[in-house]
Design a protein around this ligand. Structure first.
Ligand code: FES
Ligand code: FES
Length: 157
């Protein structure tokens, strides 16, 4: 498995989730387990640059993919989260940041969301409404949503 640019050799049972492989077998505990059933986004990681919920993925299916966890992220958006108080307890933050990076790439590629008004628009403006919709799979129990939206909006400029 390629994780954060390193080749990792693992001998896993087929039922092990990617989340458990990262946390329990590789010690990469930055990726969090919130619900373990795809509902909270705390476990979001990037696979070949796309965001996924690692609790819903079987590790064996990702043997040949490039996985990036928060430990491998070096992005200005991290400073934006600090500047805008985009967290309180921090439990959701690694998932929020990985998800935001994936979401910004989706937006840059022209992907619309459920609230996009003009699908044919040359450039979809990343309004707070768009950000909230596109990040709706990442919950924050502390309610730091205003800071999270502001941080992502700053990073999109
Ligand atoms: S732990 Fe994966 S979505 Fe909640
Ligand atoms: S900062 Fe506490 S859950 Fe989001």
């Amino acid at each position: 498995m390629r994780v954060n640019g390193s080749i990792e050799k693992l001998d896993l049972e087929p039922r092990v989730s990617l989340l458990d492989a990262l946390r329990e077998h590789l010690g990469l505990t930055g990726t969090k387990k919130g619900c373990d059933q795809g509902a909270c986004g705390a476990c979001t990681v990037l696979v070949d640059g796309e965001r996924i919920s690692s609790c819903l993925a079987l590790a064996v299916q990702y043997a040949d993919r490039d996985i990036t966890t928060i430990e491998g992220v070096e992005d200005p958006i991290q400073q934006s989260f600090v500047r805008h108080d985009g967290f309180q307890c921090g439990y959701c933050t690694s998932g929020q940041i990985c998800s935001a990076i994936g979401m910004l790439a989706e937006h840059a590629a022209g992907a619309p969301s459920a609230v996009t008004g003009h699908l044919a628009a040359e450039q979809i403006e990343l309004t707070p409404e768009e950000i909230r919709e596109r990040m709706s799979g990442n919950l924050c129990r502390c309610g730091a949503y205003n800071g999270i939206v502001a941080a992502i909006q700053e990073s999109s400029r």
